[in-house]
Every structure is written in structure tokens, then in C-alpha cells.
Design a protein. Structure first.
Length: 255
């Protein structure tokens, strides 16, 4: 077998949450280029532009919208994806939100929404996908998007840090349970990427300088920088990799 065949996803269906732009859009397009049919999700709007870009490039994709901040959002999204594609072989839990405030000023409402979107919906979708994969006896791949704040505390983002620490531990817990079922569960911890979630940091001259000085690569990550790791963890090439949190951070964690 040619080694590149282990990175093909022909005949697979992938669901990518938070794919309207940024990291999710880049991941969705990479999986489509590898041969997967891709359901792309948007939290506030359907990820129509991402789906159209995939179709224009010769792939197959449909756009969906569901509020993962609602406890019923995950089930709605998964049911609609199953109805459209018949199965889910790859789940990318990328959707996320953030609330920046001092811990003493963080509202319970903000805390609960961040935890629901970033952690609880990840469990809900993983549970739904796991049931589907186990029921079909087909195995599968689940890739969660963690964060450097899965390892570090961060500043003024207590709910976000807590949620991403939970994502890392949930990844390991599910990997332990589902490895015998040929389901690999892994996570990617992106470093500082130029996305809408980090616009405030990029615009803050002092914080931007401090961040760049700390990154050995000397630059913010771009969404395409995450695509290779996502493809690897979604493809047969990673069939003996499970329970890992892969950092894609320009060297931040090694410094």
C-alpha cells in the first residue's frame, strides 16, 4: 500500500462543527480534499460558504445550523446529519465560544454557556456518534479541538480554561472506553491562531507583542496550519493513536 493511501477518506462521512469560518472551515475543506463527504455546521448560521467552497472544488457537502449552546442543539444537528448522509464516520468537535472577564466579574450565564458549547455539547455529540459507530460495528474517528489552556490557566478566561481542560480529559476517557470498538478519540490543542476568538488579543498591542515573543515560530497560526493534524487524526494513518492531545502551537508548549 502506498503510504498516502492511509490519508484517504473515500467513502467516509465527516461532521465538522463550527465550520462556518476559521479553523473549522479549514479542517472541513481538508477532509473533503481527502475524499470525505462533509457535513459542515454553524452555531449562529449555517456554514453555507464552506459547503459551497467544498462543492465548487468537486467535493460533497451540506451545511447545517444548530445552537450548541442549547441542550437540544447537539441532538438536532446529529439527527439532521444522519438523515442527510446516513452515517457519521468522523466527528470533529471544533465549535467553541469564549467569554473574557475577570473571574470576579464572570456571570453565571456566561460560565454556563461556555461550558455548554465547549464541553457539554462535545460530550453530547461524541456520545451520539459513539452510539452510531458502535451500533454499525464500523469503528470511527473523533477529534476534539482542545487548547493550550487545556494545560495552562490563561488570563481572564476561567470558563474557557475549565472547558478546555475538560475536553482533554474527556478525550482520554472516551478513548479508553472505545478503543476496543476501533474508535479512536484524540484532540488537537491549537496555539495562538488568527481567528475571530483571538481578535481582541491581536488588537491589543501589548498582548500581541507578548504572545509573539513567547512563540518560537514568531507568528500567529493560520487555519490551514491545523489541517494536516486534523487529517492525520481522521484517517487510517492514525489507527493506533488514541487518547492523545496533539499540540499545534508553533513551539509554545516546548519553550
Amino acid at each position: 500500500m502506498n503510504i498516502l493511501d492511509l490519508f484517504r477518506l473515500d467513502g467516509k462521512v465527516a461532521l465538522v462543527t463550527g465550520a462556518a469560518s476559521g479553523l473549522g472551515a479549514a479542517i472541513a475543506q481538508a477532509l473533503a480534499q481527502a475524499g470525505a463527504e462533509v457535513a459542515v455546521h454553524g452555531n449562529r448560521r449555517a456554514a453555507t460558504e464552506t459547503a459551497e467552497a467544498i462543492v465548487a472544488a468537486g467535493g460533497k457537502s451540506s451545511a447545517f445550523q444548530a445552537d450548541l449552546g442549547d441542550k437540544l442543539g447537539a441532538e438536532k444537528l446529529f439527527s439532521e446529519t444522519k438523515a442527510a448522509f446516513g452515517q457519521v464516520d468522523i466527528l470533529i468537535n471544533n465549535a467553541g465560544t469564549i467569554a473574557r472577564a475577570d473571574a470576579v466579574d464572570t456571570t453565571l450565564e456566561d460560565w454556563e454557556r461556555v461550558i455548554q458549547v465547549n464541553l457539554t455539547s462535545v460530550f453530547q455529540l461524541s456520545q451520539l456518534a459513539g452510539r452510531d459507530m458502535i451500533g454499525r460495528g464500523a469503528g470511527g474517528k473523533i477529534v476534539n479541538i482542545a487548547s493550550l489552556l487545556s494545560f495552562q490557566g490563561g488570563i481572564r478566561v476561567p470558563a474557557y480554561s475549565s472547558s478546555k481542560g475538560g475536553v482533554a480529559q474527556l478525550t482520554k476517557a472516551l478513548a479508553n472506553e472505545w478503543a476496543p470498538k476501533n474508535i479512536q478519540v484524540n484532540a488537537i490543542a491549537p496555539g495562538y491562531f488568527a481567528t475571530t476568538n483571538t481578535e481582541a488579543l491581536q488588537a491589543d498591542e501589548t498582548r500581541n507583542r507578548q504572545i509573539l515573543e513567547r512563540i518560537p515560530a514568531g507568528r500567529w497560526g493560520q487555519p490551514v496550519d491545523l489541517a494536516g493534524a486534523a487529517l492525520f487524526l481522521s484517517a487510517p494513518a492514525s489507527n493506533y493513536v488514541t487518547g492523545t492531545v496533539v499540540t499545534v502551537d508553533g513551539g509554545w508548549m516546548g519553550r
